[in-house]
Design a protein around this ligand. Structure first.
Ligand code: ADP
Ligand code: MG
Length: 672
């Protein structure tokens, strides 16, 4: 039977529910333990000896009888156990008798089976064991047999009942077994599920353990980090304390500063008011200054005009070492009307004419030639003194009037010295060009304070044999500059420009020095090719000055031209004309022609002639914008102090005198 087998549920350790179920299982069985411990087969076996005994009745009928009697004395109320014991007590005699009777008789109506608990047939208690009937007492024997049969029948009935009960119990037990089997399967499933769950749990536990390890590791790291952070925190706290102290200090300072600031702000406010008042005053003064500047320009121009738009200065160079000193009285510089304190304006040149002898044969008295110019510079005058006189003209150029300064004279009279300066770069002997430019830059700087912005563009060309060459050429063109042409800057433009020539913006002395150095180099290269060509050509340095007053929308522009003219000496007609001299003659003719054209142009301008022959020479054509009505012209006539040059000196002085007589219109500033 099921309860006797070892349940698999017992394998589940610790499963309390299952244990409980298991504990309950036997209690469901309604049968007493003694019966349940025996299977149906065993019960059959129990029954079997009875059967066997019953079968064996035929042989021992007589001996069994007393036992059958004993059976009848068993009270019915003793229960089933007592009933079951009955067959054992009946003995073989009763069984044999029954079998014998049954063999000889028809089966009678069946004795109804007595139900358990129902009233049993009246017990034969007290009935005496029948004595052995004589053989003839068949009726008595039959009666005995009937009684025995009845007894057997009752017993059979009881056994059937018991069998029926056992079957019922078996059925119930089987049902219970089925139910328990189902329950077992359920529990097994549940167990499998639990196992799976347990495995899953195990796996999860494994995973969790790994995670725990990992987390522990991380925890270790984090703890290390936390320690570090704590350390850092401590440091930071320390630092914070320091900073807090600093902050406190700073705040104290800030408060002090704020107090000072509020004081300063009040001061600033008052200063701002003051500044506003000053600005208003300044604006007023600027306005006034501008008015004064314009007035200055007007008066300056008036002064220049009074001095003459065409001025001639005569400069006599000193006698150079190795040159013969002229006789005393050869050159005289008479004082002006106010005495020796007046700057000299007159010059006397004595010339002894050998052809004019006296009748007595004594040499004739030298002829005095007196000249008067705007200013005369005797040999002792330095470059600075000379420049002072012309600095006013440079100012005019800045004010927007074209200015043109010439150096005229024979070769060796000091033209280049006057214009560019002496050799060696000595600042003392610096010429007009560097000085004029330095002056321009500094005045332009001063005027920038009044809102004027100036720009300067320089060019430097030479005109030799009526060809124009760039003295600022660089690179491959250096010294061999291709021919340049003088052209109008654009159709209908008054402005002239020299093609292929460099126009270099300049803003400081150093740049000008570099340009003059380059020009000297270019001339030196040319000199090797053609002997002393520099003396035989005109050098024209031009500076285009542009000024702008953006605030007032004023503009002015004017060229400043500084011209070192070619030697004015004539060719000695008595000289034999070799191939070199022929070339020289051609050069001289070109020079003389251009110089006389210059004279004619000045005359034409002075006489206000309708036609001014600018185009007759490259020089006048190039300078036409610097010579017109609004222009100011200054001519230096350079004179050699030597007696041997007296003839050329006279020629120069005569030419200069003619120019000096010219008055060219009233200059107008080139204002736009
Ligand atoms: P030009 O250009 O008219 O041919 P230069 O300027 O070359 O003449 O002068 C000829 C020489 O005379 C040069 O050696 C120059 O240094 C010198 N010279 C000219 N003028 C003066 C002067 N005022 N003071 C000193 N030396 C001068
Ligand atoms: Mg010269």
């Amino acid at each position: 039977m099921e309860p006797q087998q070892r349940s698999p549920l017992l394998d589940v350790k610790g499963n309390i529910e299952l244990k409980r179920a298991l504990a309950k299982a036997p209690s469901r069985l309604p049968l007493p333990g003694s019966r349940l411990k025996r299977g149906p087969d065993q019960m059959e076996e129990d029954l079997e000896p009875e059967k066997k005994r019953t079968r064996g009745l035929g042989t021992k009928v007589a001996t069994s009888h007393p036992r059958a009697m004993a059976l009848t004395t068993v009270p019915q109320t003793q229960g089933q156990t007592a009933v079951l014991k009955i067959p054992r007590k009946t003995g073989p005699r009763c069984s044999t008798a029954i079998a014998t009777v049954l063999k000889n008789q028809k089966p009678g109506p069946a004795v109804p089976a007595q139900k358990p608990g129902t009233t049993a047939p009246p017990p034969v208690v007290g009935r005496k064991k029948p004595s052995k009937r004589p053989a003839w007492d068949l009726k008595g024997q039959l009666c005995d047999l009937n009684a025995e049969l009845k007894c057997c029948r009752e017993r059979t009935q009881m056994l059937d009942q018991e069998n029926q009960q056992l079957r019922n119990q078996l059925r119930e037990a089987q049902q219970q077994a089925t139910a328990l089997g189902a329950e077992r399967r359920t529990l097994e499933e549940e167990l499998a599920r639990m196992r799976a769950q347990a495995e899953k749990g195990q796996r999860e536990l494994g995973n969790l353990s790994a995670q725990v390890l990992e987390l522990e590791e991380r925890l270790g790291t984090q703890e290390g980090l936390v320690q570090e952070l704590q350390k850092e925190q401590l440091e930071l706290q320390e630092e914070r304390r320091g900073l807090a102290a600093l902050l406190e200090e700073q705040e104290r300072r800030l408060q002090a500063s704020e107090a000072a600031l509020s004081g300063s702000q009040a001061e600033v406010a008052s200063l701002r008011q003051e500044a506003a008042a000053q600005a208003a005053l300044l604006a007023k003064r600027e306005e006034r200054l501008h008015g004064l500047e314009m007035e200055r320009r007007r008066l300056h121009n008036q002064l220049q005009e009074l001095k003459g738009n065409v001025r001639v200065f005569c400069r006599v160079r000193p006698v150079l070492p190795g040159e013969s000193t002229p006789p005393p009285g050869f050159l005289l510089f008479p004082s002006g009307p106010s005495g020796p304190s007046d700057p000299p304006t007159r010059l006397s040149l004595s010339r002894s004419d050998e052809r004019r002898g006296t009748l007595s044969g004594a040499p004739a008295a030298p002829t005095r030639h007196d000249f008067s110019f705007d200013r005369v510079f005797p040999p002792g005058c330095g470059q600075e003194e000379v420049f002072e006189e012309i600095s006013m003209l440079v100012q005019s150029a800045l004010d927007g009037y074209p200015v043109c300064i010439f150096a005229y004279g024979q070769t060796g009279s000091g033209k280049t010295f006057t214009m560019e300066g002496g050799p060696g770069g000595d600042p003392q002997v610096e010429g007009l060009i560097p000085r004029a430019l330095r002056h321009l830059f500094s005045v332009a700087q001063e005027l920038s304070g009044q809102g004027w912005t100036y720009s300067f563009v320089a060019s430097y060309v030479e005109i030799y044999n009526e060809t124009v060459r760039d003295l600022l050429a660089t690179g491959t063109r250096k010294g061999h500059g291709g021919e340049c042409e003088i052209r109008r800057a654009g159709p209908g433009s008054e402005e002239l420009t020299v093609t292929n020539a460099r126009y270099v913006p300049v803003s400081c002395e150093r740049e000008v020095e570099a340009l003059l150095h380059l020009a000297r180099q270019n001339r030196a290269v040319a000199r090797t090719a053609q002997n002393e060509r520099s003396s035989r050509s005109h050098s024209v340095f031009q500076l285009q000055i542009s000024g702008e007053h953006a605030g007032r929308g004023l503009q002015c522009a004017a060229p400043l031209s500084l011209v070192d003219l070619a030697g004015s000496e004539r060719l000695d007609p008595g000289l034999a004309l070799g191939p070199g001299e022929r070339e020289r003659l051609r050069e001289t003719q070109a020079i003389n022609s251009s110089l006389s054209t210059l004279g004619l142009v000045i005359m034409a301008l002075s006489n206000k002639e309708s036609h001014v022959p600018y185009r007759n020479s490259k020089l006048t054509y190039l300078l036409q914008n610097s010579l017109g009505g609004s222009a100011k012209m200054l001519m230096f006539v350079n004179i050699s102090p030597l007696e041997e040059n007296v003839s050329e000196s006279l020629n120069s002085l005569r030419f200069a005198s003619k120019v000096n007589q010219c008055v060219i219109g009233t200059a107008q500033a080139n204002r736009k």
